[in-house]
Structure formats: structure tokens, C-alpha cells
Design a protein around this ligand. Structure first.
Ligand code: NAI
Length: 215
């Protein structure tokens, strides 16, 4: 499949396509037109066509998209045809909540380890995954082919821990700590701020009635 330089905006929309197509598959829908998909997703049909054309397009004029094929192909573009091992660093409230969430595994994200500095957490397990000491982290990453580190530690500690990860084989950091990490280019950082989403909700409550694109 031909792949051009894809904009971040398109990449950010792909998981949403993937999710909607997954729902359609669950409902045994085999084929869908860009118009129908557009109505369901509340994006314009031309946006959908444009987005998918970045990857060579998947539909046929007047015939629509084959849901299973499109779902599989978008999954491949997103790298979901491979499994990705990850560790969670910081086994507090958020780290434990993420470790309990089984749906990551359905997408191929496999939690291999939990790490924390707090000696009181030593010996505890979440879903059968033991919480380990930080001094075991580097070897664990090496021995378990870990690609992703999830940072659920206080923001004051995030830079120091991220710097330590630079010397490992980690390819990506899913950063929940509210601080920007400046790392070499080979480590991809994806920041998550749930409160941003909450603030957007607050804005929309305050501006109710105005139509917003891509709802
Ligand atoms: P918590 O205090 O329950 O857990 C933090 C854990 O990190 C503790 O178990 C602590 O022992 C451990 N820790 C501290 N320093 C460490 C280090 N150097 N190495 C390894 N582990 C270390 O806090 P909570 O509620 O789980 O939040 C964790 C982080 O996530 C905080 O920075 C918080 O602000 C952030 N957060 C971010 C959200 C987001 O949307 N991005 C949402 C909620 C929390």
C-alpha cells in the first residue's frame, strides 16, 4: 500500500475510524458508504475520503468500503497487527487503574511489568502482575522486549525517569505526568491530559447549541 507523508491530524483521526469500524464489525455490517460512515461519525464524507486517500484509498466509487478490510488495514497502519509490550512506571492510583484495564490487551498492548519506588508496594500484584523495584527496570526492559513505558509518576520525577529510559530499548513513552519531556527523536512521547478533555467539556457546556465539527 502506498503511504505518503501523513499529517498528524489524519493520524489522530485514524483510531476513531478504527473504533467505529470495529463497532460495525461487531454488528456484522459488511459494507458501508462514505456517506453512511460520515453520518455515524459526524465528519464529512469528503473528509473521510480525503483521509483514506492518504493511504491509497480503500473504497470503490458507488460500492462503499468493505468494513472488515478497512478495519484490518487501518489497524495495520496504526501498528495494531503487532503486539507491543509495555511497563507501567508508578503503581499508584492511575498506574494500578491502567494495569487493571484489560482492553489494552485486546488491541495488542501487553502489560508486562509494574514498577514503583515505594517499598510498601513491593510484593503486591495487580491482575497477577507483581510490582517491582525500580532498580530492576533496565534489565526487565531488555529481557522482556519492552517497547513502551507508561509514566504515571509525580511530574517532579518524570524528567529524571524519562532520562533514565533513554539508555534502554524503549521506543515510546505514554506520558501521564503533567510535564513536557525533551528526549532524543528516537523516543516518541505521547502526552495524555485527561483534564484537557474535561476543560473542552466545560467549554462546550458554556457554548451549548453551537455546532462543533467532528463530534
Ligand atoms: P499516586 O501518588 O497515587 O501514584 C504515583 C506513584 O508513583 C506512587 O506509587 C509513587 O510511589 C510512584 N513514584 C514516585 N516517584 C517514582 C519514581 N521516581 N519512580 C517510580 N515510581 C515513582 O498518583 P496518581 O494519582 O496515580 O497520579 C500519578 C501521576 O499521574 C501524577 O503525576 C498525576 O498528576 C498524573 N495524572 C495524570 C492524569 C492525566 O490525565 N494525564 C490523570 C490523573 C493523574
Amino acid at each position: 500500500m502506498e503511504e505518503r507523508n501523513i499529517s498528524q491530524a489524519v493520524i489522530r483521526r485514524l483510531p476513531r475510524y478504527y473504533r467505529y469500524l470495529g463497532d460495525l464489525l461487531e454488528n456484522e455490517v459488511e459494507r458501508i458508504s462514505s456517506n453512511d460512515l460520515s453520518k455515524r461519525m459526524n465528519v464529512t464524507a469528503s473528509q473521510i475520503r480525503q483521509d483514506l486517500n492518504n493511504f491509497g484509498g480503500f473504497g470503490q466509487q458507488g460500492y462503499g468500503y468493505n468494513v472488515k478490510y478497512l478495519h484490518t488495514e487501518i489497524g495495520k497502519i496504526l501498528g495494531l497487527d503487532n503486539t507491543h509490550n509495555f511497563v507501567i512506571i508508578g503503581a499508584g492510583n492511575l498506574g494500578q487503574a491502567l494495569a487493571k484495564y484489560v482492553s489494552f490487551e485486546k488491541r495488542g498492548f501487553i502489560i508486562k511489568g509494574l514498577f514503583d519506588v515505594n517499598p510498601r508496594l513491593e510484593g503486591m500484584s495487580i491482575r497477577g502482575i507483581p510490582i517491582r523495584k525500580m532498580d530492576e527496570l533496565k534489565n526487565f526492559i531488555k529481557d522482556n522486549n519492552i517497547e513502551i513505558a507508561v509514566l504515571t509518576i509525580p511530574k517532579e520525577k518524570a524528567v529524571e525517569v524519562a532520562d533514565m529510559l533513554v539508555d534502554t530499548k524503549i521506543k515510546g513513552i505514554w506520558n501521564f505526568a503533567h510535564t513536557d519531556l525533551k528526549l532524543p527523536k528516537h523516543i516518541i512521547v505521547e502526552n495524555v491530559h485527561l483534564s484537557d478533555s474535561l476543560m473542552s467539556l466545560s467549554y462546550r457546556i458554556g457554548h451549548q447549541g453551537r455546532k462543533m465539527p467532528q463530534d
